[in-house]
Design a binder for this molecule. Structure first.
Ligand SMILES: [Zn+2]
Length: 492
């Protein structure tokens, strides 16, 4: 049984908000483009998985059974999505002394560790590209047999003129000027937007990852794997396909074209194509200041709890750009600590953190003040996952004077199943904040602030200011008169 408001989702195909209706009632089938495992995931990449996790949690919370597939790209992805450049995996392995399979395994593990730290649920299936080479060969052969591909010396190429409405998802026909650059890469391509289904290894070169094919020894093109694995596990037409907005112009239109050529229909694969926007770094904070801050681990190393990054993502709508800055991260961390401390106080008074996962039992017999909050929460997350509007309702539940302790905690537990902050289990100690240089502990900060308070009480303002300046030098900003009652925060 699905409950509450009708879910609407912004479908990039058609660029419109649409009510979500799954093909099979009560069952949502979702495919998410996964990482290319040649490097640690960038924080911007991880935003895509917080988004898909939120989608999945909302569907689940509303009573849908969810089948979710995420792929691991360990072959075929070139340094340019437009079929140009070197193979990302081969390039990463070169000169490391590790073989490409070790590189892939290492960064796959690192990626999964990042997801765990962000409370991102495991998909129903991790689908690894190199486990599906035979499926990809069969798929490419079928496309060729259907007349939508042609062989060249360099591999097998998809003919984009053979499918209806190529590039409709991108919202514009393929750019000719971009195409000129692309066509120069491969002699014999018929259309600038044609792309490799199979890429032969360069003559005289042996790759670490290569397989025999009817077109020559080589490796599958990157776009092929997502068509093959989504159709294999979710069916020729399934419900939702997600990815970063950078996939809307090339990767996903190419997937759709492959799906159409494979099925000889105009079926697009997924009914809803959802794209999250970028994490933007206008201040250059992620790459320059005080070392590299571009991975989740680099934030953790600076004393930032990983769930602060999840909260930062939730505080913006997934289709909006999200500005990355020290202030934004610090603000999210402060907000997370405030939530954790408030909820921990409730839990300590009540003595219970474990509530039923079943919504009917969790929310049964709640008073109107509670169901009103949950109804508003439901309306927000059902409206194209409007998490920025849902978060303040969690604050309202915590602060509500109309609810008993038990009722508050049940509302919080229900909301957190969507938000995924693990808020009932977060402890102040988990959120202990270390300044960047790790020269000072939280206890030391508290002691210094107590001294400062004494100085102020004695009207020794010179001493009070001196303590403030010393703390600032250690990366701790003293916050006098903060409306939320915080007395200090860490500056990154
Ligand atoms: Zn993909």
């Amino acid at each position: 049984m699905t409950t509450g408001a009708q879910i609407t989702l912004f479908n990039s195909l058609g660029r419109a908000l649409q009510p979500f209706t799954p093909i099979e009632p009560g069952h949502a089938r979702v495919y998410s483009c996964g990482p290319t495992v040649y490097h640690y995931a960038h924080l911007g990449n991880l935003r895509a998985y917080v988004f898909t996790d939120t989608l999945r949690r909302v569907l689940d919370w509303k009573g849908y059974r969810v089948t979710h597939v995420i792929n691991i790209t360990d072959v075929g992805h070139l340094t340019s999505d437009a079929d140009a450049g070197e193979d990302k995996m081969e390039k990463a392995a070169a000169g490391t002394g590790k073989d490409i399979w070790e590189v892939a395994a290492f960064y796959t593990d690192a990626f999964k560790t990042d997801l765990r730290q962000l409370n991102i649920l495991d998909p129903s299936r991790w689908s690894i590209a190199t486990d599906h080479i035979d499926d990809m060969l069969d798929f490419a052969k079928a496309i060729e047999a259907n007349g939508a591909a042609y062989p060249l010396d360099t591999g097998l190429y998809f003919d984009v003129t053979k499918v209806p409405d190529y590039g409709a998802l991108a919202g514009a026909p393929p750019q000719d000027d971009g195409g000129v650059a692309r066509i120069a890469e491969v002699e014999g391509k018929r259309h600038p937007a044609d792309f490799a289904l199979w890429r032969n290894s360069p003559l005289g070169e042996t790759r670490q990852m290569e397989w025999d094919s009817p077109w020559g020894r080589g490796a599958p093109g990157w776009h092929l794997e997502c068509s093959v694995m989504s159709i294999k596990y979710l069916g020729a037409q399934f419900d939702i396909h997600t990815g970063g907005i950078d996939h809307r112009e090339i990767h996903h239109p190419n997937e759709i074209a492959q799906n159409q050529a494979f099925t000889c229909t105009s079926a697009t694969g997924a009914n809803y194509w959802l794209h999250n926007n970028f994490l933007v770094d206008r201040g250059g904070k992620m790459s320059k200041s005080k070392g590299d801050i571009s991975t989740l681990q680099s934030l953790i190393d600076r004393g930032v709890h990983p769930l602060a990054y999840r909260l930062l993502c939730l505080s913006a709508h997934y289709r909006s750009e999200l500005e990355f800055s020290a202030e934004a991260v610090s603000g999210a961390l402060t907000r997370l600590r405030r939530l954790a401390i408030a909820v921990q106080a409730l839990v300590d008074r009540h003595g219970e953190t474990h509530f039923p996962l079943d919504r009917e039992r969790l929310e049964g017999d709640l008073p109107k003040a509670a169901t009103d909050l949950l109804t508003q929460f439901d309306a927000a997350v059902s409206a194209d996952l409007m998490t920025p509007q849902a978060l303040p309702l969690l604050d309202q539940a915590i602060a509500s004077k109309a609810l008993s302790l038990e009722e508050k905690l049940r509302v919080i537990a229900s909301m957190d199943r969507v938000l995924g902050l693990g808020i009932l289990d977060l402890r102040r100690a988990d959120l202990r904040v270390r300044p960047v240089d790790a020269l000072i502990t939280e206890a030391e900060i508290d002691a210094r602030l107590a001294e400062r308070k004494e100085a102020r009480a004695a009207k020794d303002f010179a001493r009070s200011d001196a303590i403030r300046d010393e703390l600032a030098a250690q990366g701790v900003e003293v916050m006098d008169g903060d409306p939320l009652g915080w007395d200090w925060r860490v500056t990154l």
